[in-house]
Structures are given as structure tokens and as C-alpha cells.
Design a protein around this ligand. Structure first.
Ligand SMILES: Nc1ncnc2c1ncn2[C@@H]1O[C@H](COP(=O)(O)OP(=O)(O)O)[C@@H](O)[C@H]1O
Ligand SMILES: [Mg+2]
Length: 380
């Protein structure tokens, strides 16, 4: 009983203490809210940053290009020492101070813009170009599969190769087959698309493609219609021409930049070797050239065999006559003849392809061929 007043005091003290800690909590929360709101306010007051490209680094300065295409000479702060040309940065709009670099992965999703593939074309699916197969094996396959032999002998394998010749003769097929035989990533870009679709971004895309190729190595960069990028130009007057020129320069820089013994190879492809800028085939670049021609008679026979193997052909067909009828056809046309002949048979409700189906198919393909306005002698 004599403890009673003491109990009362204890109780009061206790309730004060809880009140104080309550108030302290509340105070802390209010302070936090205040800082948060202050931050939000400064964030809302600040100007949006401009996305710019770094063109050149010159010691403590850099040349950047702002989105409207104009270039500026700006100061670089110390914490941006790892900046390289081609990087994308965020700049303040007023004084163009570089605030920060945008990380590579968030910049440009290059995989969306190229065809990434692991082809499964076999050498046996290619007909009539044996020498070309041997050559591409030597130039691309051997250094990828056995780089040691080049080191031992002391020579440098080529960085890449140029395939040229009329359309439909199997250039893409060759490139895919060598990618398959070396288990390489096949990165396909089309020169004309690079020029038309990625206006202002072509050079950057080229840079990213080579970066991607290194990441996915062993890889083969296949540049179809390389003439669209690397055509000899009379003048580079228009901004479009300058843009193509920039993209081309970046391509050359990338080719020059990597080691021949690396496991990235380039295969360029063109139907128009006549208009190709010789810079691209200079020593150390795509200095090996493989001509892929229209097949000769034996070639036609071989290609026809590949496609007719799976078809049910009438036994009575005079194959020699059919082969002669396809004189001058490229592989793609021979394949088209087989498909068309199949359709003629289906239309007449027959289960096998007769000689007349093939003859009609040849006539049809030849007619389509004649409609093309570019004469064949124009090609490489
Ligand atoms: N030499 C060939 N042997 C077998 N098929 C061929 C050959 N050349 C072309 N073809 C067929 O024609 C298609 C188109 O050929 P492609 O390799 O794209 O020609 P290019 O790249 O030279 O224009 C191929 O997918 C293939 O079906
Ligand atoms: Mg092709």
C-alpha cells in the first residue's frame, strides 16, 4: 500500500516518455516529407536535358552534336574521362554542360535493327559453285576454326571477303553456309536499308553492330548490297549523301579497327561491283574477292538435282533437254522452275511432274527474267 504514490509517478513518467517518442517519430516523418517535396520541386523546376552525340574528344574538351545537327565545342568535367566518340550524353540545354553519359545498353537496341540468326544451310545444298565454296572455306572457315595455323605460319588471314556477281546465284547462301559450318552468329544488314531507314543513325548503328558482333563472337557480319553504302560518288553535296558517307566511313573505321585473327569476319555482297568504292577492297579490308557467276551447264545440272531430288518426276523426262533450256539461269531461277513445274502438275491434278510442266515453267521464269530492266552483263 505504501508504494502507491510512487506507482502514480512512474505511470506519469511512462506516459510522458511514450508521448515524446511519438512526437519524435512524427517530427521525423514530417521532415522526410519536406525533403522529399523539396526534391520534387527542384526536379520539376529543372529543365529537361538534351540528348547529344559525342563526335570528338580533345583532351579536356569535346565536340558534341545536338539533335538539330549543329555541333558545339564544350568543356568536359573530370568524372567524364571515360567518354569516347559515338557515346550518347545528356546535356543541359542552356550552357550545354554534359551532365552524364547514357549507358550503352539503354541507348540503342541494335538487335531490333539487324537480323540475328544461326543459319543451318549445308554445303551440300549449294550447287555449281565448288571453287567458290573452297575459297570461302579457306578465307572464313579456316581462320575461325584453326587460327593457330595462321599464327604458326606467320600470315594474317583476311578480315573479310567480298562476294560479287548477278542476283540469285547463291551469295547469301554461301555466307549462311559458312556461318553454319563455323557455328557463328550471323548478323545480317542490308546496305540500302541502313541508308534509308536509319537516317542520322547509320554510323552509330554500324558501330553498335560491330560491338554486338564482338559480344556474340564467333560471328559473321553479312552486309548485303554493300554498294548502297560504298558506291563511288561524284559529289557529296546533299546532306543525305554526307550521311551515307559518314556511315561508310564508320564501316571502314570498324574494319580497320579490329584484328584479323579476331573471331569476327565480314562478308560483303554486291551485284554491282562496277560502282563499288575501291576503298572497301583495299588491302587489309575486304581484300579477298570471290566472283559468284551464273552457273554453266554442269552447274545448272547440279542445282536442278538438288531441288528435284525431293520431287516426283516423270521417269520419261529428257533431263538434258531441260538442263539446256535453263541456260543462263541463276540458282534462284532454277529453284523457281522446280516450284512452278510443281504448281502446273498440281493444277492438272497430277501426282508427278511431267516434261511439259518443266518446259512451261522454264518459259514462265524466262519471261519474268526478261521483264527485268537491268541487263545481265551489268553485273560484276
Ligand atoms: N548455287 C545455288 N545452289 C542452290 N541454290 C541456289 C543457288 N543459288 C541460288 N540458290 C537459291 O536461290 C535463293 C536465293 O539465292 P541467294 O543466295 O539469296 O542469291 P544472292 O545472294 O546471290 O542474290 C537461295 O535461297 C537458294 O534457294
Ligand atoms: Mg542475296
Amino acid at each position: 500500500m505504501e508504494n502507491k504514490p510512487q506507482d502514480k509517478i512512474d505511470n506519469i513518467m511512462y506516459s510522458y516518455a511514450t508521448d515524446v517518442s511519438h512526437l519524435e517519430d512524427e517530427n521525423r516523418i514530417l521532415k522526410e516529407t519536406l525533403t522529399h517535396m523539396k526534391e520534387e520541386l527542384t526536379r520539376m523546376k529543372s529543365n529537361p536535358l538534351m540528348v547529344c552525340d559525342v563526335k570528338e574528344i580533345m583532351g579536356k574538351n569535346a565536340i558534341i552534336r545536338i539533335p538539330n545537327g549543329n555541333s558545339f565545342y564544350v568543356d568536359l568535367s573530370q568524372d567524364l574521362s571515360d567518354l569516347t566518340p559515338g557515346d550518347t550524353v545528356l546535356c543541359e540545354q542552356k550552357n550545354l554542360t554534359i551532365i552524364k553519359k547514357i549507358p550503352r545498353t539503354k541507348r540503342f537496341d541494335v538487335e531490333k535493327f539487324v537480323i540475328l540468326d544461326s543459319p543451318n544451310v549445308k554445303w551440300t545444298e549449294i550447287g555449281g559453285i565448288k571453287d567458290q565454296i573452297e575459297e570461302i572455306k579457306e578465307v572464313i572457315e579456316l581462320p575461325l576454326k584453326n587460327p593457330g595455323i595462321f599464327k604458326k605460319i606467320g600470315i594474317e588471314p583476311p578480315k573479310g571477303v567480298l562476294l560479287y556477281g548477278p542476283p540469285g546465284t547463291g551469295k547469301t547462301l554461301l555466307a549462311k553456309a559458312v556461318a553454319a559450318s563455323t557455328k557463328s552468329t550471323f548478323i545480317e544488314i542490308v546496305g540500302s536499308e541502313l541508308v534509308q531507314k536509319f537516317i542520322g543513325e547509320g554510323a552509330k548503328l554500324v558501330k553498335e553492330i560491330f560491338q554486338l558482333a564482338r559480344e556474340k563472337a564467333p560471328s559473321i557480319i553479312f552486309i548485303d548490297e554493300i554498294d548502297a553504302l560504298a558506291a563511288t560518288r561524284m559529289d557529296v553535296g546533299t546532306s543525305g549523301e554526307r550521311e551515307v558517307q559518314r556511315t561508310f566511313m564508320q564501316l571502314l573505321a570498324e574494319i580497320d579497327g579490329f584484328k584479323p585473327l579476331g573471331n569476327v569476319k565480314i562478308i560483303g555482297c554486291t551485284n554491282r561491283k562496277d560502282i563499288l568504292d575501291p576503298a572497301v577492297i583495299r588491302p587489309g579490308r575486304l581484300d579477298r574477292m570471290i566472283k559468284v557467276p551464273i552457273p554453266d551447264e554442269d552447274g545448272v545440272r547440279e542445282i536442278f538435282k538438288i531441288y528435284s531430288k525431293r520431287m516426283s518426276l516423270d521417269k520419261k523426262i529428257n533431263i538434258n533437254r531441260i538442263i539446256k533450256g535453263m541456260d543462263g539461269f541463276a540458282g534462284a531461277e532454277i529453284k523457281a522452275v522446280c516450284t512452278e513445274a510443281g504448281y502446273f502438275a498440281i493444277r492438272s491434278n497430277r501426282g508427278t511432274i511431267a516434261e511439259k510442266d518443266l518446259i512451261k515453267a522454264i518459259a514462265k521464269v524466262r519471261l519474268e527474267d526478261d521483264d527485268e530492266d537491268i541487263p545481265k552483263h551489268m553485273f560484276g
